[in-house]
Design a protein around this ligand. Structure first.
Ligand code: 5GP
Length: 193
């Protein structure tokens, strides 16, 4: 594979750590980056928009995309399927855009194995209690399932290139931006050497 012009930033970490808030804020300020919209079989939440937050599809449609090798990676997360569209991401990278993925830890590791140029950024929750508080609006049952998964996911943070602890959203955002700037500067330095 030729070296793509854009960077692939894979942002991952347990649910409820504020990944999407960080990413939304970053994308609203950084015009060089675009968000990769994933496919999912889960139900749309009231505040979500089809085609913007996710492509909401049924299991059959999802399986057809798997068969056609249309995902860069896909996972079964909390009993639903989630997948990153391959063609769109590679096209955006080749057009020179930086692409941001918001995916689970397993998905992030498989992206890295298929696309070693990806940069993996782990967003770590401040404490389990705070995380629980942030997850409250998702309903008791869902919280239990998600908290169990947190421990498994935090164990894998050693595989990531960078970690941001989200104790305070403004500080986390600054740390996140510094990481992106550093990656861009390093690449720029290499390209000019
Ligand atoms: P939610 O249902 O809360 O939107 O997302 C649940 C989890 O699925 C989050 O950790 C999110 O990052 C992850 N996720 C979203 N899209 C994808 C994807 O395309 N692939 C994988 N592996 N995980 C995803």
């Amino acid at each position: 594979m030729n070296k793509a012009k854009g960077h692939l930033f894979v942002v991952s970490g347990p649910s409820g750590v504020g990944k999407s808030t960080l990413i939304r804020r970053f994308l609203s300020e950084d015009k060089k980056s675009v968000f990769s919209v994933s496919y999912t079989t889960r139900q749309k939440r009231p505040n979500e928009i089809d085609g913007k937050d996710y492509y909401f599809v049924d299991a059959e449609t999802f399986k057809n995309i798997i068969k056609k090798n249309g995902f860069l990676e896909w996972e079964n997360v909390y009993t639903y399927f989630y997948g990153t569209p391959k063609k769109e991401v590679l096209e955006m990278l080749n057009s020179g855009k930086d692409v941001v993925l918001d995916i689970d830890v397993k998905g992030a590791l498989s992206v890295k194995s298929r696309y070693p140029d990806a940069f993996l950024i782990f967003i770590e929750p401040p404490s389990r209690n705070e995380l629980k508080r942030r997850l409250l609006f998702r309903g008791e049952k869902e919280i239990e399932i998600r908290l169990k998964r947190v421990e498994e996911e935090v164990e894998k943070k050693g595989y990531f290139d960078y970690t941001v602890i989200n104790e305070n959203i403004d500080e986390a955002y600054r740390a996140f931006k510094r990481i992106i700037e550093k990656i861009r500067e390093e690449r720029h330095g290499k390209d000019n050497s």
